[in-house]
Design a binder for this molecule. Structure first.
Ligand SMILES: [Mg+2]
Length: 469
């Protein structure tokens, strides 16, 4: 795993120590000797993770961290505070400033590397979600608002599953977390605990390392590898700093740990940090799904659009190539649609388009594709059909439209008709391309219009003609 790390420390000697440790693990390291320089570097090229010294002249680490976490563009970058201060109140101060982790000088190698790896893993996941979003907006989908990193007031009522065999610990946790009104559920056996997590009813897992050690790690590894709980944040509670087990835990994918004796503010803040990251991932996913939705469907009729139709037909043709099966494509155009708009207005025109979309959907199978190409033009793709079948279906659609009574917004009714060009995806010998099919159906549609409308005409691709000759 590689990643870009920014190290900030006012003492060059300290920078050198950390830089050489991380560079030898193939991380891409940059350094800054003051808070302001660090902020400038982050704005130029955001790193994947920041190691931040606390005690610095001019602007201290807490201030730098607060500025980073308040800026929506940098709030999601994990910050590890590196400090000579081992005091609890300093850790709390850092967590309040938004720090994700602490390392005490002199920095322990194993802790440093496992923390860095686990935070970079998280960052990589979040970045991939952001890239998906950018890709969809890059395709011409309207850019939505930047997804902001969640703030404290968005975090409440976190549903936590806690594995606790110890009543004393349980009571402590309950009283510490009572202020935040999270929903705590306690389980006394590993079995009941993992079954509960599989129900998808929890946002986070709290697991003690205390009694079972390796067995607990196996459990965490299972949680991480199950598709249901893959993204579930896990916080571990440990009695002491068991270097090897905790480093292993972070490598497995445990998100954070808290050492006993548990300090109430620390556990509250760490839970909140995890909850914010989880919410951020959810928001990014939702935003992506929403933009995908926009990118593939037609806003007015809710049918698939031309872009999706193209992708669908390509995939279908690829699947068919070399197989003795074919599909049919029909291009459907509403006759004299312009006069509907001209006579009754665009609202009426839109209403006809929406009703036409419903009618086409109702008259075809779920496995058939109905899409709107634009204007008054629709397509239907019938999977696994010969040209004969396609022609029958096209005629059925044409008659269904012919017989439907459309109601007018201003009262009264009207009837309309459609013209259809239909073609097939291949012969026994050959599969056509998307463009060949569309051209064949288009030519047929043109002939149907020319011959008086309200009819279906079969079109053959250029290749099909050549084969027929
Ligand atoms: Mg310093």
């Amino acid at each position: 795993m590689t990643g870009r790390i920014l190290i900030v420390d006012d003492r060059v000697a300290n920078l050198g120590v950390l830089e050489s440790k991380l560079a030898s693990e193939y991380f891409d390291v940059t350094t800054a000797t003051s808070g302001q320089k660090a902020l400038d570097l982050v704005n130029q090229q955001p790193p994947d993770i920041i190691l931040l010294d606390v005690m610095m002249p001019d602007m201290d680490g807490y201030q730098v961290c607060e500025i980073l976490k308040k800026n929506p563009k940098t709030a999601h970058i994990p910050v590890i505070m590196v400090t000579a201060l081992g005091e609890l109140k300093d850790r709390i101060r850092g967590l309040q400033a938004g720090a994700d982790e602490f390392l005490t000088k002199p920095v322990h190698d194993l802790q440093l590397l496992s923390r860095v790896r686990s935070l970079i893993r998280l960052k990589v996941l979040m970045d991939s979600l952001k890239i998906q979003r950018m890709a969809s907006s890059g395709l011409g989908i309207p850019e939505e608002q930047l997804v902001a990193f969640p703030t404290d007031d968005q975090i409440h009522g976190v549903r936590m599953a806690c594995l606790m065999e110890d009543d004393v610990l349980r009571e402590k946790i309950e009283s510490f977390l009572s202020v935040d009104k999270h929903n705590l559920s306690f389980f006394t056996s590993m079995d009941a605990f993992s079954k509960a997590l599989d129900t998808r009813k929890y946002d986070m897992a709290l697991v003690p390392l205390i009694f079972h050690g390796e067995e607990t790690l196996r459990l965490c590894s299972q949680i991480r590898s199950s598709p249901v709980t893959r993204h579930l944040p896990i916080i571990m509670i440990s009695q002491d700093l068991r270097e090897n087990l905790l480093a292993k835990a972070l490598d497995i994918g445990v998100n954070d740990y808290i050492l006993e004796p548990i300090e109430p503010n620390e556990i509250r803040l760490r839970i909140r940090t995890q909850a914010k990251r989880l919410l951020y991932q959810k928001l990014l996913r939702l935003s992506h799904e929403k933009s995908m939705d926009l990118s593939l469907t037609d806003e007015l009729t809710k049918l698939y659009n031309r872009r999706y139709f193209n992708a669908h037909l390509d995939a279908l043709l690829q699947m068919e190539s070399g197989q003795r099966r074919s599909s049919c494509l029909m291009i459907i155009d509403i006759d004299h649609f312009k006069s509907i708009n001209d006579t009754f207005g665009h609202d009426q025109g839109d209403k006809v388009l929406v009703e036409m979309a419903r009618l086409l959907q109702m008259s075809t199978r779920d496995s058939d594709l109905v899409a709107r190409l634009g204007g008054e033009e629709f397509v239907v793709v019938v999977d696994n059909a010969t040209l004969g079948t396609g022609l029958r279906i096209a005629e059925r659609l044409r008659r269904a439209v012919e017989n439907k009574v459309f109601s007018l917004i201003q009262g009264g009714t009207m009837t309309i008709s459609i013209s259809i060009g239909v073609t097939v995806s291949g012969t026994d010998k050959e599969t056509f391309t998307r463009d060949q099919m569309i051209k064949a159906a288009d030519v047929a549609l043109y002939q149907a219009k020319h011959a008086g409308r309200n009819r279906t005409v079969v079109g053959y691709s250029e290749v099909a003609k050549a084969v027929a000759v």
